[in-house]
Design a protein around this ligand. Structure first.
Ligand code: ZN
Length: 165
């Protein structure tokens, strides 16, 4: 993805790409800014709590961008999050969701009337962004590391944003 030339509009749309990933549908219509690239993924989750592997989508953006820098993956929601963890054994994802649920049950002593306080708390515990350095268009993830969108109050249409600099 080449940066937009000086006289071009500030934002430029990329094509839409769709793929199946962990049961959720991802789409990546991106926006290019002059000296950096911001992409927005649509993440369609299918259950109340779910981890969606978005590694290959972020890797494709980094590869197209090339060069060296830092990829920031940001989730602009208050009941969803993003994390980096093991991608080899799916039981790790199951265990993370299982123990978060044990730690913060869905029903309990909550005041927030929307009924999703557990999701808000889980989102803050896990966090809203991760950063990954990249060199020559390749992320420096460890062998067993994957990037996971974390749904805590689905199913919903969600977004994840990726900034490359
Ligand atoms: Zn709420």
């Amino acid at each position: 993805m080449t940066p937009v030339a000086g006289s071009a509009p500030l934002f430029r749309e990329h094509g839409t790409r769709a793929c199946e990933n962990g049961g959720a549908t991802l789409r990546s219509p991106g926006l290019t800014v002059t000296d950096s690239v911001l992409h927005t993924f649509q993440v369609r989750t299918r259950s109340r709590e779910e981890l969606v592997d978005i590694t290959s989508d972020v890797a494709a953006l980094v590869s197209a961008h090339g060069g060296h820098g830092i990829a920031t993956v940001f989730v602009p929601h208050t009941s969803a999050a993003v994390t980096i963890n093991e991608n080899a054994d799916r039981d790790v994802q199951r265990d993370m969701l299982f123990w978060l649920k044990k730690l913060i049950p869905e029903s309990g002593e909550f005041r927030h009337a929307e009924g999703n306080s557990d999701a808000h708390i889980k989102a803050s515990l896990v966090g809203n962004s991760v950063t990954v350095p990249f060199v020559d268009g390749r992320m420096r993830l460890g062998t067993w590391q994957g990037i996971y969108f974390c749904e805590f109050d689905g199913p919903r249409a969600r977004r994840a944003e990726v900034m490359l600099r």
